[in-house]
Design a protein around this ligand. Structure first.
Ligand SMILES: Nc1ncnc2c1ncn2[C@@H]1O[C@H](COP(=O)(O)OP(=O)(O)OP(=O)(O)O)[C@@H](O)[C@H]1O
Ligand SMILES: [Mg+2]
Length: 250
């Protein structure tokens, strides 16, 4: 059975997509088979993995709304072992179109039934709407990237409540895989305070690995490359490799 991980934080720009892509690539480097499901109409994970979202025949939208089989939409990326269920901007309409569908929260779960990879990572949009709820219902675990900044904890309460509501209802199996601090600046005293603060609230849920602020991570999607193809010796690459090791042991 696949381990399905929803990469979720309703806050925008905290590093969800960067984490989904590079954690997936790190797992693939450890000889795991990995699928990235792009569940964000911005389609950043799709373009970050060098897939032209304007030329897609079939995307996750068709899978969710038109009942297309996932297998017809899944594409192999340029990284060995790493596959993508891509998104196109049309996905923005899905949130509305699914509202009237029966079992609208379980559409993704049903679509992923029988789809076998070691890991399936779902890159969620920055909201707690129906797409993100579908991710939580389909997943076994949630990974929350938190940007190392003053407002880091803001919104985490609501996110935890949403996770608990899904656990109490549609998906009792759902677990919190962990919280990963992103864009950490180790030389900045505030960064350390923020990490301590998150640790105080979430203790053992915090991954030991913090993802540093690293320009190589920021620029790699513009080349359609994961950090390992772009600069495998960068601090960013080493951090995602370490995070992958932690994810496998959890
Ligand atoms: N560790 C990092 N170091 C430097 N830049 C980073 C890092 N992580 C992410 N970024 C940059 O910060 C921006 C936001 O990151 P990303 O797109 O991964 O966040 P997101 O949570 O997926 O955003 P959205 O909510 O819009 O989907 C991007 O420009 C990305 O390249
Ligand atoms: Mg994103």
């Amino acid at each position: 059975m696949s381990t399905i991980v929803a990469v979720l934080n309703q806050k925008g720009g905290v590093g969800k997509t960067t984490t989904a892509i590079n954690l997936a690539a790190a797992l693939a480097k450890q000889s795991k088979t990995v699928l990235v499901v792009d569940l964000d109409p911005q389609a950043n994970a799709t373009s970050g993995l060098a897939i032209d979202k304007s030329k897609l025949q079939t995307s996750v939208y068709d899978v969710l709304v038109n009942g297309a089989a996932s297998s017809t939409a899944i594409i192999e990326s340029s990284v060995g072992g790493l596959y993508v269920l891509p998104a196109a901007p049309t996905l923005a309409a899905a949130e509305q179109e699914l509202v009237s569908v029966m079992s609208r929260e379980t559409v993704l779960k049903n679509a992923l039934t029988g789809v076998e990879f070691d890991y399936i990572l779902i890159d969620c949009p920055p909201s707690l709407g129906l797409l993100s709820v579908n991710a939580l219902v389909a997943a076994n675990a949630v990974l929350i990237p938190v940007q190392t900044e003053f407002y880091a904890l803001e919104g985490l309460g609501l996110l935890m409540q949403t996770i608990q509501r899904v656990q109490a209802g549609l998906n009792p199996q759902l677990q919190l895989l962990g919280i990963v601090m992103t864009m950490m600046d180790a030389r900045n005293a505030l960064s350390k305070q923020v990490v301590d603060e998150v640790k105080k609230h979430f203790g053992g849920h915090l991954f030991e690995t913090c993802i540093p602020r690293n320009v190589r991570l920021a620029e790699s999607p513009s080349f359609g490359k994961t950090i390992f193809e772009h600069d495998k010796w960068s601090k960013g690459a080493r951090a995602y490799k370490a995070l992958a090791r932690e994810v496998v042991t959890r």
